[in-house]
Design a protein around this ligand. Structure first.
Ligand code: FAD
Length: 408
């Protein structure tokens, strides 16, 4: 079998893989990225958070993203019945970017991959990683290309950025179940035809189901009069809806009077898709000769659009640890990578749990809200879940519990 060598092999060219590749190239590393699909390819996860802009900038990709003409985004709006509350991410506790974009991921991921290639990344599309050896002195992966040829890539380190493919968690038996109930999503893209003058295209719109507080819809406007629309609920709940995924999604959306009115001129021109059981966890985010990035590690839940931000943050942190490792310094992957990474993910988790219990919904729709507390919550919703100057990060569970008790 043919053997190739590099410094770091990256599995997957989604946001975490492309950003990691660019950052390692900046350090002068030889990187090979192996990507199972041909790009552009569909992916879910279309509403970015402003915190992600910092890592796109670090990776030298920001200008290309800004110039691509994606829908500008400055916040998140929440709707429940006749209640509406909007967070403007420019008015937030943490410093840093307050705006970002809503993106068709096929275009966005392709753009990031092309940016990584422009910087010198060797990205091999339609090359799937099928096995891995992390125990040998030089870790390696076996790759199968589109013509069924197999070859081995040896490296000093492996980054698994394979997202829902979860290559190393599967091959190394690292998977552990998520604590969340099994939920699913049904979603599509539509020509939204929204004419309502008060509709804010610059914000993701999250609507709570009129009867079930643990079922919610997303409406993510894109540039050009289209949007992504989806519904999330426990799989047992979604099973009650019969027919094609398009019929099920349409029936669910029409149950919310405000969405029904807002989308009265919409053209449902794209077949819906469904995904279930996407929440996942692992025993460890690293091991001998490897680390897991983005969704290949833990995936929480889509409600606060945190996935891509976590993905590119993890790429940046892992690239920093690798830089010290390659320079011969002492690194401790647990304390330098896994612990700080999980700190932010756990802050998001507190908010996700509270959302599904209905408590966070009570907080954000409450009539009397302190502006400073709202700015702290806005910072987390904007992705600044690692900023320990925010009490809702540093002590998220206790602070949020207290707030929930006040907002009865
Ligand atoms: P991915 O983007 O999944 O990329 C992984 C890549 O690895 C893929 O291109 C895949 O083809 C490749 N790969 C897989 N297996 C192999 C293999 N064996 N060999 C080689 N390559 C392989 N996030 C947000 O930020 N905003 C949102 O609004 C949002 N909404 C979501 C809605 C739903 C319903 C769900 C389920 C998720 C949502 N997310 C959202 C999360 C988002 O989809 C992910 O967190 C994000 O895509 C993770 O990026 P990644 O780079 O880790 O992995």
């Amino acid at each position: 079998m043919k053997i190739e060598q590099c410094d770091v092999v990256i599995i997957g060219a989604g946001p975490s893989g492309s950003v990691a590749a660019a950052l390692l190239l900046q350090q002068g590393r030889k990187v090979i990225v192996l990507e199972r699909e041909q790009f552009p390819r569909f992916s879910i996860g279309e509403s970015l958070l402003p915190q992600s802009m910092e890592y796109l900038q670090q990776a030298g990709m920001l200008q290309a993203v800004v110039e691509a003409g994606f829908q500008y985004k400055n916040g998140a709006a929440f709707v429940r019945g006749d209640r509406y509350t909007a967070f403007d991410f420019r008015d937030k506790h943490s410093s840093g970017w307050g705006t970002t974009y809503q993106v068709q991921r096929a275009n966005f991921d392709h753009l990031l991959a092309k940016e990584a290639q422009r910087q010198g990344a060797d990205i091999r599309f339609q090359h799937s990683v099928i096995s891995v050896d992390v125990e040998s002195e030089k870790p390696s992966v076996v790759v199968r290309d589109a013509d069924n040829n197999e070859y081995r890539v040896e490296a000093d380190f492996i980054l698994d950025a394979s997202g829902f493919g979860r290559v190393l968690p599967r091959l190394l038996q690292l998977e552990t179940p998520s604590n969340f109930p099994v939920r699913g999503a049904i979603f599509t893209h539509i020509a939204d035809g929204i004419a309502a003058p008060d509709f804010d295209r610059n914000k993701i719109r999250i609507t709570v189901h009129p009867e079930h507080c643990n079922v919610w819809y997303w409406l993510i406007p894109f540039a050009g009069g289209r949007c992504s629309i989806g519904v999330v609920g426990e799989t047992e709940f979604l099973k009650q809806y019969q027919g094609s995924d398009s019929e099920r999604l349409h029936a669910l959306v029409m149950e919310d009077p405000a969405s029904c009115q807002l989308l009265k001129n919409a053209k449902w021109d794209t077949p819906a898709r469904a995904i279930t059981g996407y929440s996942a966890n692992v025993k460890s985010l690293w091991g001998k000769n490897y680390a897991l990035l983005g969704n290949a590690g833990e995936f929480l839940d889509p409600v606060f659009s945190s996935g891509v931000t976590i993905a590119v943050k993890s790429a940046s942190m892992a690239a920093g640890v690798l830089q010290r490792q390659f320079a011969g310094g002492r690194v401790d992957w647990e304390n330098d990578y896994a612990v700080p990474m999980k700190k932010g993910v756990d802050a998001f988790r507190t908010f996700v749990e509270s959302w599904y219990a209905g408590d966070f919904q009570r907080v954000i729709f409450h009539e009397n809200q302190q502006p400073e507390v709202r700015r702290m919550i806005a910072a987390i919703l904007a992705g600044y879940a690692w900023d320990e100057s925010n009490p809702y990060v540093a002590d998220s569970k206790r602070r949020l519990n207290t707030l929930e008790e006040i907002c009865v």
